[in-house]
Ligand binder design. Sequence first.
Ligand code: IVH
Length: 672
Amino acid sequence: MAKDPEARAAELRRAVEHYNYCYHVLDAPEIADADYDALYDELSALEAQYPHLVTPDSPTQRVGAEPLSAFDEVVHTVPMLSLDKTTEEAGISDWMTRCRKRLDEGVDLEFTCEPKIDGVAVALVYEAGRLVLASTRGDGQRGEDITANVRTIKAIPLTLQADDLPPRFEVRGEIYMSRRDFEAFNEKARATNGKPLINPRNGAAGSLRQLDPRLTAERPLTMFCYSLGWSEGGWQPQTHMEVMGRFREWRLRVNPELKLVRTVEECMDYLHDLQARRDDLGYDIDGAVLKVNNLEQQQTLGAVTRKPRWALAFKYPAEEATTVINAEEFQVGRTGAITPVARLEPVFVGGVTVSNATLHNMDEIGRLDLHIGDTVMIRRAGDVIPQVVNVVTARRPEQAAVVQLPERCPVCGSPVERPEGEAVARCSGGANICAAQRKEGLRHFASRLALDIEGLGDKLIDALVERDLVRVPADIFTLEHDTLADLPRMAAKSADNLLTAIRKSRETTLPRLIYALGIREVGEATALALAQHFGTMEALAEADAERLEKVPDVGPIVASRIREYFDRQENLDAYQALLDAGVTYEPIEVSEEDKPLEGQTWVLTGTLEAMSRNDAKARLTALGAKVAGSVSKKTAQVVAGPGAGSKLEKANELEIPVMDEAQFINFLEDHA
Ligand code: IVH
């Protein structure tokens, strides 16, 4: 019998919110996007059929409101303060000493450290577990009511469910855009002639300022909660850590980098470690925030001129700076793509001196209206190449020259082509004619994830191509000792080492070899998927588009790039030459029936000692399993190494079978 619609709607609401939470708060998706969409669509359809079943906190109501004509003003019950800051280590020990002196507490004061997120400060009011108000910081006293926009952010729960919720309370935190989402947004904007965002912070601020919440909903925003504004109903937490722990239990998103420290040394270690990992965090930070952990002590310390005495910001070097463009050059990539590169007046940014910045393509230059001699803002964040984000037109010198796309390749002189509707201009010469494309192709072939030829670096490749000693990858394997020893910066010993490395690289794997070919759009992950699906290069080379598209993550564009590659005789010849030069790989066994784990979801937790997590994942995927980040009822098997924590507990709770690494290895051997 079909379930009654009301019960089904409630069940679907819970399920959708749960998967939202896994994906957006825990960063550990539990189901595939398509399955999530199916649940969401079922809920939407049910609500359309029975409008009385729509609740204000239904996940379908995140984007409900009509555009506003203006934002209402919100007066903050407790002002939103700003932070005192220091850029020096001495500033930290001075601050800690000041706190101790004022509190008369002797030595055992506790402090917390957490990243200072470069986003937009907001305050969220929850009433009876429902999100009822979201506001910006504004001037600290008054902000703007951005509730409709904030409701569209999936990391922010519309309702909280817990027995110990205060009847009314305010959560404060920072809304931001992750670097990955920022890059993806800009890539799409560039491809569709839209306007890219300057940086993630502007992206977040601009998104929250949209009067139409539907526009905000299209921007990938998220949030870290970092303090309690106020609460009613008698909850009196003792420490910042306790508040954050409670927030986490209530499913609010709290930064995992939050840590308790007791001494200046511990604090410094934290700051150095965080700074070292700054590029890998996935979001922009401009420093760290240190807080006195005990909330009563915070009260006693109080604030001066809108800055609390109990907190301090430690600022890292800025990731944006202004400088001048001295010249514009064009680089030619492996596939002939011509990328404009700005030569800059050297400037210190994000902790390093930068003298080049990329401009992506000609459209970007047009959009920025970039001239040589312009003063520009550049941004160096994460491990991406520094980028020009903005031009200060007011400071443009007279007679500054416009940047123009060259008609001919700066390296080989072949005509530059730019197909209608494409943003990228390319050298039409191909690797046969264009030395730049040959060099880049060889760099790719020898790179770490491809054949990994140790010692075959950039300078050496330049020298080999310039002397015409190597034209195609197979030529690498015919190089002789004396030829190599004669090259600049080389000697007998280094030539020996290189020859050994070259010889060693001939025995490779199919995923590496596919990746090494340098087929457009085929990165490391796609190469692995193709290898596992086809098992040999011959099978891959013969597959038609339809078969190619059966491989996970291969769509029509990637399929057509693969076909184009293998349809060209010169590519087939170059591959044959590799085989003739002794390049070999172990074919991967594939047979349709050989997927014993088809339909199962496995979870890996703790540390694996005998194999990397990636290898374990690849083996499981090859056997047909899906590998998920968290345990649920649907998990078929958990593999738990030493140090496994909450996932193992959850598995035991749900009575899901668990094996240790030794059992896992036996299992793999049985299924090899
Ligand atoms: S605590 C009383 N913690 O920094 C100060 N602020 O300059 C309360 N910020 O506008 C702020 N990350 O939006 C705190 N982990 C963090 C933060 C953080 C970023 C922002 C905050 C505020 C600004 C203060």
